[in-house]
Design a protein around this ligand. Structure first.
Ligand code: SF4
Length: 313
């Protein structure tokens, strides 16, 4: 019995979902009860719902417990370095726009070390889905304070309690320019799967703040329950297409999390904004034939970018 089946990862799984389980199944090294299993299961389910096959998908991960996702998911994969999953994912999408690109990493990886990449990938609206495993801690390196750890949180690095306010990932994402922003939780597998489907289908930068409990190093976060789906609760009526209303709802959600109330759901969706690739192709800066196809054409005549400029203009 593998570590997956030991915690029920295969329960209710369809044949299609099994396509995304590696043939030589690696032994998962996530701790029992870790929220990361929930992300893996939801991602497999979403890809199956979308009718994708492993050779249509590229999964790029950063460093941390979350980074192991690419080892346990059957597709093209790249386990990159800390905070750098997004540059690799961007290059992949630009070189081969036909691939469904998903990037993933933890809260320290995405909102701290790779924060600059997060901001600019969102600003440029690259067409990909970015999953941030948010467990409010550095898990793999054994429990240090992360950018999303709440103020006062005690850890090895802040034994007297963190003096810093945590980042607000949803607000930060909206301000930077993400065109789809949602929060879900590993304890809410049906919602997580539906949100992943929407995010992957969206043409532009989709950011999912995915609450993943770390029972080993962050017992304060418990299981992120009970959670409230803001789309299912009349107390939270707002328009996900309205930036100002979305911003207000995000701020309330981020504040509520540290007061013991877990709000999840879709927060912002702009379906009209062109993606980075669409913009580039419309200005002629990016050739219609993707790099990945040109690379294999032996007689293709390469041109340098400065050849595109008219020096007499
Ligand atoms: Fe999951 Fe935490 Fe264990 Fe890492 S240390 S595998 S985040 S429970």
């Amino acid at each position: 019995m593998s570590a997956f089946s030991a915690i029920g990862e295969h329960e209710g799984q369809t044949t299609e979902q099994d396509e995304f389980t590696p043939g030589i199944e690696p032994q998962a090294t996530w701790c029992p009860g870790c929220g990361d299993f929930g992300v893996l299961k939801a991602l497999k389910g979403a890809m199956s719902d979308l009718g994708k096959s492993p050779d249509e998908v590229m999964l790029v991960t950063g460093i941390g417990c979350s980074g192991k996702l690419s080892s346990y998911f059957e597709s093209y994969g790249f386990h990159s370095i800390h905070g750098r999953s997004l540059p690799v994912a961007r290059a992949t999408k630009l070189a081969n726009p036909g691939l469904e690109v998903v990037a993933a990493g933890g809260d320290g990886d995405g909102y701290g070390i790779g924060g600059n990449h997060f901001m600019h990938t969102a600003r440029e609206n690259h067409d990909m889905t970015y999953i941030v495993f948010n467990n409010e801690i550095f898990g793999l390196t054994k429990g240090q304070t992360s950018p999303t750890s709440p103020k006062g949180h005690k850890s090895k690095t802040q034994p007297h309690g963190s003096a810093k306010d945590p980042v607000r990932p949803l607000s930060m994402s909206l301000a930077a320019g993400s065109s789809y922003v949602a929060r879900t939780a590993a304890v809410n597998p049906n919602q997580a799967r539906e949100i992943l489907v929407e995010a992957i289908e969206h043409d532009g930068f989709s950011h999912i703040d995915f609450l993943t409990q770390c029972p080993t190093w962050n017992k304060d976060a418990k299981q992120y329950v009970p959670y409230i789906d803001v789309q299912q609760n009349d107390d939270y009526e707002f328009d996900t297409g309205d930036r100002r209303e979305a911003a207000d709802m995000m701020y309330e959600t981020e504040t509520a999390l540290h007061e013991g109330k877990v709000l999840t759901g879709r927060f912002y969706h702009d379906a009209d904004r062109p993606s980075y690739g669409q913009e580039k192709r419309s200005t002629g800066e990016m050739p219609e034939t993707p790099l990945a196809e040109r690379y294999f054409e032996e007689d293709y005549e390469w041109e340098r970018s400065y050849d595109l400029l008219d020096p007499h203009r």
